[in-house]
Design a protein around this ligand. Sequence first.
Ligand code: ADP
Ligand code: ASP
Ligand code: MG
Length: 840
Amino acid sequence: MARASHPPHIHKFGGASLADAAGVRRAVEIVLAHRPARLVVVVSAMGGVTDALLEAARRATEGETSHVRTAAETLRAQHTRAARALVPAGERLNQLLAQVDAAVDELKPLGGGLGILRELTPRTIDYLVARGERLSALLFAAALEAAGWPVAYVDATEVVQTDGTFGNASPDLRRTERAARRVLSPLLARGTVPVIPGFLGATPDGQVATLGRGGSDLTATLLARVLGAREVSLWKDVPGLLTADPRIVPDARVVPQVHVREAAELAYYGAKVLHPRALIPVLKRPVAIRIRPFADPASLGTEISRRRTLEQYPVKALSAIPGQALLTVTGSGMLGVPGIAARTFAAVHHEGISVSLISQASSEHSICFSVPAESAQRARKSLEQTFEREIERQEIDGVELRSGLATLVVVGLGMAGTPGIAARVFSALAEAGINVIATAQGSSELNLSLVLDARDAAPAQRAVHLAFQLSKIGGGALAQPERTDVVLLGFGQIGRALAPMIAKVKRKEGGLTLRVVGLIDRSGLVFDARGLSPRRLATLAAAKAKRTPLAKAPGGRRASAGDAVAFVARHALANPILVDLTADDTTETLKAALAAGMHVVLANKRPVAADRRTYDALLAAAQACGRRVMLEATVGAGLPIIDTYRKLVESGDRVLKIEGCPSGTLGYVFGEMGRGAPFSAALRGAIAEGYPEPDPRDDLSGMDVARKALILGRLLGFGGELGDIAVESLVPDGAERLSVRDFLDTLERFDAAWAKRVATARARRGVLRYRAIVTRRRVRVGLVVVEASSPMASLNGTDNQFIFTTVRYKKNPLVITGPGAGPAVTAGGILNDVLQLAGA
Ligand code: ADP
Ligand code: ASP
Ligand code: MG
């Protein structure tokens, strides 16, 4: 059958993906989903293992044997736990556990030896770290076998042949090809899946050498080359090759396709997503490499191939190389003297230092080039020696060294054909107030490199990213309709009211699409990067209303709120928004969301009613990431209170005082009592309608009103804390200490006292209201009796009222009245914030 000549598909799984048993299981599922095609699996060490081994080796040479012991036990635990979870008890598991033990046990005497020798050679390091990949591949092979697939563990040294440079070996294509034919081809022909440790190869005399950090990528592309594969999938913890490192540019987007030369350039110049030399074996081959999101196997990620697409983007991506230094050789005696440049680079080459950027002014007055900071001193010394005579004769002034620099690299094939790209880069940097120290452009015009002060590297990437509108590349064309992806943190009553509203927002002409992509509750999350359908949302809401936690819902997974946000952030969402519908202290989660590039919409008052430092830090985090925090729904539910305030201020007015009844719950309870209902029945009625906070004592204690008043106060410039607000509590004595349950079960105890209060107010021809008065100086909240004829007395049901006294509205204040509690109106207020952020 023609299958015999079918080239295999190489799948490589990165360490971040193989963090634990669940990760390995998921990877196994991905492999199984690709059968019956011929497959080769390459794996990195489990997450953190390479770093842990390197650290242990370093500490061992410092004589810290106890560290080596603990590190060994941690590694044993990590692998043993995963093995037990993935492989059923029996002979196979025992064999695997013995392999783990052997690899770990060997560390201790090795550690001891290093402690005596106090020396760590690249060869020893390679021998030590190789076990990370080997264990991971053994584990993977056993797990795949347990899933019923014919597999064979093949050690990398049997296939990948190298030049033997420990720590940074280069593959030898011819010898690797021969070995691969001999070892792998027969396995593939039989339908067996070879599982091979990445990152490793054999030296000419058969020892193990590594290919440099991140080298498993290179193993995968090398095998693709020698086996004639057409497809390589590199499964990673990112949604694809992004326009920039997402940790630095939150707006970074997946590039659907890049040319292999562009990707090679990015990898070489610091984009950590690929090993710098990973693309060399396949540069001229018809291989499509995909960087694929491990978290979302259905997504295609980024294709790296020889096609040319996205031509409207002359610049496709950026990266930065940190830790650079610049050496400059200057002197009037250099003018027209041949060979200065050659001698300069020979001197650096002699030291084995690689130069990443060179620029020479055409006056030939100076040559400057960048080198890694750690080799800068060595390079300088070598140059000074080389030019000793010229320096003496003052033909060369000397060698200048400047460190603390970074190189910004702007990459795109389209730069070659489009004039003015460099100018756009420079003006974006100038506008951001960033100084360019040196620059170079390769003659391929594929890459523009700029040397900057290291501190400017991050803002420079953001500025250039913005200038080339790279955040729009994900959809392909600039004209693609924008999408906004919403994640709900909290799926209580308001969340369940909001989700269908978002799903129902009409698509504007060629414009907006709003989707709910994730729901998070205390148990975990349900997430689908393609959006949760209205039907799925309805089913989840129904289950949740019956108290089924999201983690237990179909497609749900367990996670803390922080982990859930981190998980969501790994996907390439469009204009992502996190809506906080909890009543918890979520500040840290929100900051993480902002840092991951999400906007935040709050219904939760706590993060903005927290202490001043926390509040300021949250707003500063938003500002630093260029994201927004919207909080309309924290005050007056859906009423436009904060919006009104903003509009007044924007139009030049000054708000002097905001006075009002910001509690829908208390309004409702007082209204019912005014009509003769006992307190217990009134409060239970409010709960049945979903008005109060989860613990109704937050409303009765006045704390909910105080928080709203503090939020308004902070708008007006009130510098105090929640504790500075005089709050009158309506929680009956002794009720503070009860559980919510016990409190609600014994509400009748408080009926008589409340009946008396209502009667007293009535005797004074007034009604009870819980009022807040907010100015810049002072914030007060408490119970008052207002005259029956006053506007406040006329409030109905859950009505809130806010009275703005401003410079313009002084005699006749501006009054906003309307329903101020309940899931539907609150969700409406939130939706308005979401729509604003979506640019509707
Ligand atoms: P692997 O699990 O395969 O070893 P890596 O950790 O080597 O994956 O690569 C993914 C990491 O690279 C991401 O965590 C991301 O922060 C970083 N990164 C830097 N630049 C980019 C970029 N342009 N696109 C995607 N990821 C990037
Ligand atoms: N485990 C090695 C590293 O962490 C190789 C790899 O992951 O590709 O660098
Ligand atoms: Mg890597």
